[in-house]
Design a protein around this ligand. Structure first.
Ligand SMILES: [Zn+2]
Length: 751
């Protein structure tokens, strides 16, 4: 969902186009639009271009014609473009905005024209830097550091973060060491009427001694930052201004430090690469990204420099600005679909051949049906070539073939389809793999129907999923498949981030290697932890601490299973031995049936994290000292056996190795993974059961398990029927029956 906005073109060359319609998904950033960009293929380009700029624009469009869309979309390529000579007016702040033509805007995206918001879009930012166009920040970031998320009592303050470069492009940092806060740039509080600039210069001098400095820029944004200052035991809500400074000379005087600072940090100049790797504190990271690494801010925040919309939250502003544009008749809500050209450029030997023959006389001729499929030749060398040409081009026997039309010498198409072409519809072939006349018979397609579940990362939403649906719907339109959709359900899995909350990447050195984890903790612990770490769809950071917790749980299972399956148990002559397990047995069975239902249901709905957590609770319950003692009694033999078996069966899908081993320790010969899955008795878990204490003349004689909705009369009746209680009632007169609902029954009796 986005917004289309009409910009009135001023100073245009002809009357052919009086407005230029742009499409944006970020109408909240309209105030920060400082120029418009149209695609070189835009139909109105000729009309927009002024006579003075026409030659330059025409020349530019010509150079772009040789480029591929894919190349044009690459994030890091140098930005090119030409001014059209025309201007438009920004509806929010009436600023005059130049209209450019540039190849990073594709004709197929939106309307083929974009409003460029360099402060909040990476590519627009790179373009603005390349052509010295204005950058106006319109969203003041709102950031909350993890340690302030649960805090309520915030102290308001204003502060600065200073980013200091020297002539060699190194960054001035303060290294507090790993335990005190890591590597930071310079920060400080703005006092009284001081400015951000004067505060920055003072703080740099006090903390590092450097004082021969020149200002590069003061950031136009205010970052609203909440964090917890551990040393002061105080949560801060601070409005931060960034100051970018350059060192003019190495002149340095003694630093002027607080007692708390002395000796606790070192002042260090580091390369950009080191800074990028080591500065992770979110606020200082923001400064580094914005002022050194050249990234724009694309997150949420509060609107500024946006006229009547100032102060709105950026999410609210998206709707508010669209409504306002609609009321003025210069904008409207719009949905644009975007289908990207697929990569058919990477040539592998093993792709599917494209059944086309190129003839010098007839052009591209399809391979006749009775010669299909075109089969790949057996070759020695299947590596990709240096030229980007398919390895097939080097196999003349296969390559050269007569033209099916004129029978003169011709050549086969050597490009093959990339792997994804096949993966767009291979699932259909599984339904009838030995059919040599069609990809699958209608009978098989009718029988198997849709794929039940499609799993994949979110990146597949605009790639594989999109294309395979496209492929499938084409086949459906040709009446070759019975159903319009290929998949009955889809689930996307989250991403495991590094412990620092960033994406794992080799260059950041924050990658967790599964083999290392398996070496230390075992494959079961790793598997169990990835199931447990978060809901399946959620993206979540890695945590060694929680991995340890999962490993401890497996140790607890191991110990419990060893105890419960050992031959040494508590016999009737032992101290504390209970002749009857009574309510305990029901209590354990109820817990077992409850966890069975929970694991069963949660596996079916892929709530793997709660599968693990409910098994953890169950094991905690069984391991509680009192419960474990009772389970080890001689008379609990049957209970012990069925409880342990069920636990292992339920845990088996999550921890396949340890459960298989323990299963065999129980004397089982087959694999646990083919043993029958435990069932549960719905009656046993239907109602919440309560334990009611039974007393006679105030002395506890027994207890009984009853449904939570038991009436007082039923409660008294059940109490009187209990054999241990009825013994004390025999031949006595009940003078009073005290019933505390769901808790207690006390019979007051006399002879
Ligand atoms: Zn021919």
């Amino acid at each position: 969902m986005g917004t289309e906005i009409d910009f009135v073109i001023e100073g245009r060359a002809s009357n052919a186009a009086s407005t230029l319609t742009v499409y944006t998904t970020r109408p909240d950033t309209l105030g920060g639009a400082t120029f418009l960009v149209v695609a070189p293929e835009h139909p109105a380009l000729a009309a927009i271009t002024t006579e003075g700029q026409r030659a330059a624009v025409d020349k530019y469009v010509k150079t772009v014609q040789s480029e591929t869309d894919l190349g044009r979309e690459e994030q890091d390529r140098p930005k090119t473009g030409v001014f059209t000579g025309s201007y438009v007016e920004n509806p929010v702040n009436k600023a005059k905005m130049p209209v450019w033509v540039a190849d990073y805007v594709l004709a197929g995206y939106g309307t083929g024209a974009i409003m460029a918001v360099p402060a909040h879009d990476e590519r627009d930012f790179a373009f603005a830097i390349a052509f010295d166009l204005p950058v106006v920040s319109v969203i003041d970031p709102v950031m909350v550091r993890a340690d302030a998320k649960d805090k309520t009592d915030f102290e308001k303050r204003r502060s600065i973060v200073a980013i200091v470069e020297n002539q060699a492009g190194e960054i001035l940092t303060i290294n507090w060491g790993p335990t005190l806060g890591g590597r930071l740039t310079i920060g400080g509080k703005i006092e009284g009427n001081d400015t951000a600039k004067s505060t920055a210069l003072r703080e740099i001098a006090e903390e590092t001694g450097y004082h021969d400095l020149e200002l590069i820029s003061v950031g136009t944004e205010t970052v609203h930052y909440k964090y917890y200052a551990f040393s002061k035991r105080q949560a801060h809500d601070t409005d931060v201004t960034f100051v970018h400074v350059r060192l003019k000379s190495d002149a340095r005087k003694a630093a002027d430090l607080d007692e708390s600072e002395k000796g606790n940090f070192t002042v260090e100049w580091v390369s950009r690469e080191t800074a990028e790797r080591e500065i992770t504190e979110p606020l200082h990271r923001y400064g580094l990204e914005k002022f050194i690494l050249g990234h724009s801010y694309t997150g949420p925040g509060i609107l500024v420099n946006s006229g009547r919309f100032d102060g709105l939250d950026s999410t609210e502003a998206r709707a508010a600005i669209t409504e306002w544009l609609e009321s003025k008749g210069i904008g409207r809500r719009a949905v644009k679909y975007r289908l990207r050209d697929w990569i058919f450029s990477r040539q592998h030997y093993w792709g599917e051949p494209i059944p086309i023959i190129h003839c010098p006389n007839c052009g591209a001729v399809p391979v006749p049906d009775d010669e299909l499929p075109v089969v790949l030749p057996d070759i020695e060398k299947y590596e990709p070539t240096d030229t980007g040409e398919s390895p097939l081009a080097a196999v003349p026997d296969w390559l050269n073939t007569p033209c099916p039309k004129c029978h003169r010498p011709a050549r086969r198409e050597t490009d093959t389809m990339p792997n994804w072409a096949g993966s767009s519809w291979y699932y259909l072939r599984y339904m009838d793999p030995h059919n040599d006349r069609e990809f699958a018979s209608r009978a098989s397609l009718d029988y198997w129907g849709m794929v039940d579940l499609y799993l994949g990362g979110m990146e597949h939403t605009t790639l594989h999923l999109l294309y395979s649906r496209f492929w499938h719907q084409f086949l459906y339109d040709r009446k070759l498949v019975p159903l319009p959709e290929p998949y009955a359900a889809r689930r996307g899995q989250g991403i495991v981030l590094a412990a620092d909350g960033r994406k794992m990447s080799k260059s950041l050195g924050n990658v967790v290697n599964p083999t290392d984890i398996i070496e230390r903790y075992g494959a079961d612990a790793l598997r169990l932890y990835t199931m447990f770490m978060a809901p399946y769809e959620e993206t979540t950071p890695w945590s060694d601490e929680r991995l340890n917790g999962v490993a401890r749980f497996l140790h607890r299972v191991w110990t419990l299973a060893g105890d419960l399956s050992s031959a040494s148990f508590v016999t009737p002559d032992s101290v504390g031995y209970e002749n009857s397990l009574g309510a305990f047995e029901t209590q354990v069975d109820r817990a077992t049936h409850k966890v069975t239902k929970k694991v069963h249901d949660d596996l079916a709905t892929m709530r793997f994290n709660t599968v693990v957590s409910s098994l953890m609770e169950y094991v905690n319950f069984l391991s509680a000292p009192d419960n474990r003692r009772r389970l080890l009694q001689e008379n609990a033999r049957g209970l012990r056996s069925r409880t342990l078996r069920t636990l292992l069966l339920l845990l088996a899908p999550a921890a396949p190795h340890i459960t298989e081993e323990l299963w065999h320790d129980l004397g089982e010969s087959g694999s646990i993974h083919v043993a029958a899955w435990p069932t549960y008795d719905p009656a046993l878990i239907k109602d919440e059961i309560v334990t009611v204490i039974l007393q006679v003349n105030g002395r506890v004689r027994s207890n009984v398990l009853l449904p939570a909705d038991v009436t007082e009369a039923e409660q008294a009746e059940a109490a009187a029927a209990d054999p241990k209680v009825s013994r004390y009632l025999q031949g006595k007169t009940i003078t009073k029956t005290i019933v505390v609902p769901r808790k207690l029954v006390n019979f007051v009796v006399r002879d």
